[in-house]
Write a protein that binds this ligand. Structure first.
Ligand SMILES: [Zn+2]
Length: 173
């Protein structure tokens, strides 16, 4: 099952500063999924985050592999198999997914992060470890709410509890 992702062209991404520095990672090297927060306003655009990472921090590209907004929108950062810049010593093993905001992710945002995690496991062909940034680095990221959520196994509202097909239609069959 695929997940809808706004690709780089969809958010007017700049190309990496130096294409030669884009480092491909293979799925067998991926062992963990690391949740972050941008710690900025929920209205932050991926492009503004990329500008900060490239122009102020001097990175080659936006640091995260993916970003998720409160309305559930998923943005492609570096993507599945490019080494990120989001967690020291864990950028090859870890896929970095950032929540755009501070400490109040919506259910939609959590569902999208979980969907990305599930997709990552499917693509890797095995279960990846669920981590918050603070599990692998000295940081407050991803904040108390997301950290607790990750530590409880990234639960989301069980979509199976939504009757499908709806009971009325079911009776018509
Ligand atoms: Zn982080």
């Amino acid at each position: 099952m695929g997940i809808a992702v706004v690709g780089r062209a969809g958010w007017n991404a700049r190309p990496p500063r130096d294409p030669d520095e884009v480092e491909q990672v293979a799925w067998p090297q991926r062992t963990e999924f690391i949740v972050h927060r941008t710690e900025g306003p929920t209205t932050q655009t991926p492009r503004s985050i990329q500008d900060t990472h490239m122009d102020e921090r001097g990175w080659n590209d936006i640091g995260y592999n993916f970003l998720v907004r409160d309305d559930g929108t998923v943005y492609e950062g570096r993507g599945w198999l490019v080494r990120g810049a989001h967690a020291s010593d864990h950028n090859i093993t870890g896929i970095g997914c950032a929540y755009i905001g501070v400490n109040s992710p919506t259910e939609a945002a959590k569902e999208s992060i979980r969907a990305l995690y599930d997709e990552a496991c499917a693509k890797a062909g095995r279960v990846l470890a669920q981590r918050g940034h603070s599990h692998v680095g000295d940081t407050d990221c991803p904040g108390t709410t997301l950290l607790a959520w990750v530590e409880s196994g990234m639960p989301v509202d069980d979509r199976a509890t939504v009757p499908y097909p709806p009971p009325d239609e079911e009776r018509l069959v």
